[in-house]
Write a protein that binds this ligand. Structure first.
Ligand SMILES: *[C@@H]1O[C@H](CO)[C@@H](O)[C@H](O)[C@H]1NC(C)=O
Ligand SMILES: *[C@@H]1O[C@H](CO)[C@@H](O)[C@H](O)[C@H]1NC(C)=O
Ligand SMILES: CC(=O)N[C@H]1CO[C@H](CO)[C@@H](O)[C@@H]1O
Length: 372
């Protein structure tokens, strides 16, 4: 079997250069934010940047944590970090569509939804998807690695919005819900998906630069990224600023940057949560990743980060463009057309289901092709 080595993302690689002045600037920005928040809690500034989808604005009754075990739902807020690039938009629309299909089903503990848009300005999906606009990192600070904006987006969102739910699901645009998602966390343990390519033990020397020995063994660091994770809001509020710090420090450290590459920000979350003594429940059934996972089983999410290439005999041709293919990267500048051709016979259930779900969403989302 071909082993996919990286969580692939569109875009170029990291840049070079020194970060330190930017880092100082960042600290300044963080303190401005802190000041702003003290002020805004007095001024009761309920943000004007939130656009509420009428279908999700009905009141959500949030239950205090103490009620757990009483059969009450422990709702979690679905937080989707995204940009305003066409590539991000069409994935967000499909993701939000399936959230709405699953939210009210039996077994779901999905609460409200927010797209945390880290492009700094509203886009044309504000009326379709509940959105909160946050600022990107100052120009150049992400060093071409746009996902470095994610922790900063969470920091801003958590500081500026009153979230009803006690739990947060950190989600990504390329997630499709195949079943209603319950709150998989237990007590103080968040739930996370274990990624086989996140291997802290194999990078002990690097990890120790950010996770000092007195904190405990490197095995405390979970093989995870920030998404999907269901976590208590109060914990994420503590972890997010550390996550941001750690990710910027890792990016600044040449050796670490080189070793972790595109998954640096995942390591940064894993280390940051361990620094706060948080241990995750590892749920392999959280999601499947076609084409490697063939069956839906009893998992909850399809993560479509890998290209799916097949010949007409239904055989996987990974790494070679298939006669039939579905790859999100084929649609960098706009949405896939409606009614994509279904794969040939023999292609696994996971891939067939994914394409059918993309088709169902695109068929039912008004204005699918309108350049969004
Ligand atoms: C982030 O890093 C700066 C500089 O090292 C430090 O002063 C600050 O306390 C850190 N904040 C968190 C939340 O780790
Ligand atoms: C989708 O495309 C197939 C051919 O690939 C066609 O038979 C079918 O009618 C189309 N469905 C819709 C809703 O356009
Ligand atoms: C899957 C899961 O663990 N869901 C739990 C979410 O929280 C409620 C309340 O504590 C439990 O009853 C569910 O079992």
């Amino acid at each position: 079997m071909v082993i996919p080595r990286y969580k692939s993302m569109a875009g170029g690689g990291g840049g070079g250069g020194k970060l330190s002045p930017f880092f100082l600037l960042l600290i300044a920005i963080i303190s401005c934010f802190a000041t702003y928040n003290v002020l805004s809690s007095f001024l009761q500034s309920d943000t004007t940047k939130v656009s509420l989808d009428p279908s999700t604005s009905d009141p959500v009754v949030s239950m205090p944590g103490q009620f757990k075990g009483s059969g009450q739902k422990r709702l979690f807020h679905v937080a989707l970090t995204a940009t305003d690039a066409p590539y991000s938009k069409w994935q967000c629309r499909i993701m939000h569509y399936w959230y709405r299909q699953m939210r009210d089903k039996e077994g779901s503990e999905m609460g409200g939804f927010t797209r945390v848009l880290h492009s700094g300005k509203p886009d044309n999906l504000m009326d379709e998807i509940p959105t909160f606009v946050v600022d990107p990192l100052p120009a150049g600070m992400d060093r071409g690695y746009i996902v470095l904006n994610r922790p900063w987006a969470f920091v801003q969102w958590l500081q500026n919005v009153k979230i009803e739910e006690d739990y947060i699901l950190m989600a990504e645009p390329d997630h499709v819900y195949i079943r209603p998602l319950p709150n998989l966390s237990r007590g103080d343990n968040p739930a996370a998906f274990p990624f086989f390519y996140i291997t802290p033990a194999q990078h002990e020397k690097l990890i120790r630069k950010f996770y000092p020995e007195e904190k405990g063994p490197v095995s405390n660091i979970d093989p995870i990224g920030n998404s999907p994770v269901i976590i208590k809001k109060s914990m994420l509020e503590k972890i997010a600023p550390t996550w941001m710090n750690v990710s910027i420090k890792m990016k600044e450290d040449e050796e670490t940057d080189k070793a972790f590459g595109w998954v640096l920000e995942m390591y940064a979350y894993a280390v940051a949560s361990a620094l706060h003594g948080v241990q995750h429940i590892l749920r392999k059934d959280f999601m499947i990743q076609p084409p490697w996972d063939l069956k839906l089983g009893n998992s909850y999410i399809i993560h479509f980060t890998y290209g799916c290439d097949y010949n007409m005999k239904g055989e996987l041709t990974y790494g070679k463009i298939g006669e039939w293919r579905f790859d999100k990267r084929s649609y960098l500048s706009g949405p896939p057309p409606r009614n994509l051709t279904l794969p040939p016979p023999g292609v696994p259930e996971s891939v067939v289901t994914l394409v059918k779900m993309v088709n169902e969403a695109s068929a039912n989302i008004p204005g699918w092709d309108d350049g969004r």
